[in-house]
Design a protein around this ligand. Structure first.
Ligand SMILES: Cc1cc2nc3c(=O)[nH]c(=O)nc-3n(C[C@H](O)[C@H](O)[C@H](O)COP(=O)(O)OP(=O)(O)OC[C@H]3O[C@@H](n4cnc5c(N)ncnc54)[C@H](O)[C@@H]3O)c2cc1C
Ligand code: FES
Length: 292
């Protein structure tokens, strides 16, 4: 059974994506744009695709959907080269075809009306946060805030934000230009001394902002996070400390990604005791308190 905190998954389709762009960024990062209209139409924040990176690689690789254009029919994926599959993906050229399954997985559930979504993304965990932000911006009553962290240069040119956020050290002004364009306040964190970024962990940046809210404002916050497991653990701790609801998107090694092989199971706390759940189809989004 799916985690009750998440949005039910859309129908998975098997299709072929056509490479529209595959642009390299510092730190072995790439942004891949694929023409994949059926997936663009059905994706929800938290959805991922299972992509065949190259014809000679039989196993597909799971990658999150970062942005999509339902009218033009494309999806964007941010990936980092870490091994054979992602290295092969980096070789793909405009016009090539990539078989893929998607969109897969339960998405983030919307926060209740009047609540304040706070989105925390780390490294290649930023994509689901951006897709969620792109949906939330259509509903003005939400007023989301984003905190993004990276230890390699961000795959965009940061700029000083036009939006104030209280409680942060002086000079912490850098944001992702797209988020400013969307009217969403955001800040960046890194331990690498990048200009305008918070010097430290993205969770400490989020903590500094949460700590200066008055009790009523803080109680309206809903946390959403995706990133490396130690970061998600720290976000879950933040949620516990401030007694806030929190959804996290997990990563696990995946073979089939459609629920058939049980290769991606994690232990999840349920009202009737611990249960084993498949990250691919029961997740990847879970209530943080049930997995950490
Ligand atoms: C639901 C989901 C969404 C993901 N979204 C993204 C994304 O948007 N961008 C992105 O760059 N990556 C994402 N990943 C991770 C990505 O799938 C792996 O980096 C990729 O499969 C590695 O394949 P490879 O052949 O290049 O490396 P491999 O040779 O398979 O592995 C290289 C290194 O990466 C580690 N690794 C492999 N698979 C995973 C995994 N699933 N989770 C954590 N570590 C892994 C291995 O332990 C090893 O250290 C996601 C994973 C999941 C499960
Ligand atoms: S990867 Fe096969 S069940 Fe999840």
């Amino acid at each position: 059974m799916s985690d009750p905190a998440t949005v039910a998954p859309p129908k998975i389709v098997e299709s072929v994506g056509v490479v529209l762009a595959n642009d390299a960024y510092a730190g072995g990062q790439y942004i891949l744009r694929l023409q994949a209209p059926e997936i663009a139409a059905r994706a929800v924040p938290g959805s991922f695709v299972h992509l065949r990176c190259a014809p000679e690689l039989p196993l597909r690789r799971p990658l999150s959907i970062m942005l999509r254009d339902q009218t033009k029919g494309w999806i964007d994926i941010l990936y980092k080269v870490v091994g054979r599959g992602t290295a092969a993906l980096a070789e793909r050229q405009v016009g090539q075809q990539l078989p893929l399954l998607g969109p897969i997985g339960n998405g983030f559930s919307p926060a209740p009306r009047g609540s304040r979504p706070v989105l925390i993304g780390g490294g290649v965990g930023m994509p689901p946060m951006l897709l969620l932000a792109s949906e939330l911006r259509r509903e003005p009553h939400f007023r989301p805030v984003l905190f993004l962290g990276s230890e390699v240069p961000f795959p965009f040119a940061p700029k000083p934000s036009e939006f104030m956020l209280d409680g942060l050290p002086p000079g912490v002004l850098a944001t992702m230009p797209l988020l400013d364009d969307w009217g969403i306040p955001a800040r960046l964190a890194s331990g690498q001394g990048f200009a305008g970024c918070f010097d430290g962990l993205v969770t400490d940046l989020a903590r500094a902002w949460l700590a200066q809210l008055d009790e009523t404002a803080r109680q309206s916050v809903h946390l959403y996070a995706c990133g490396p497991t130690p970061m998600l653990r720290a976000v879950a701790e933040l949620a516990r400390g401030f007694d806030l609801p929190c959804q996290v998107s997990l990563e696990e090694h995946m073979a089939c990604a459609i629920g058939g092989c049980a290769g991606c199971v994690v232990q999840v706390a349920t009202p009737t005791g611990p249960a084993m759940k498949r990250v691919c189809v029961d997740g990847p989004v879970f209530d943080a308190s049930t997995v950490f």
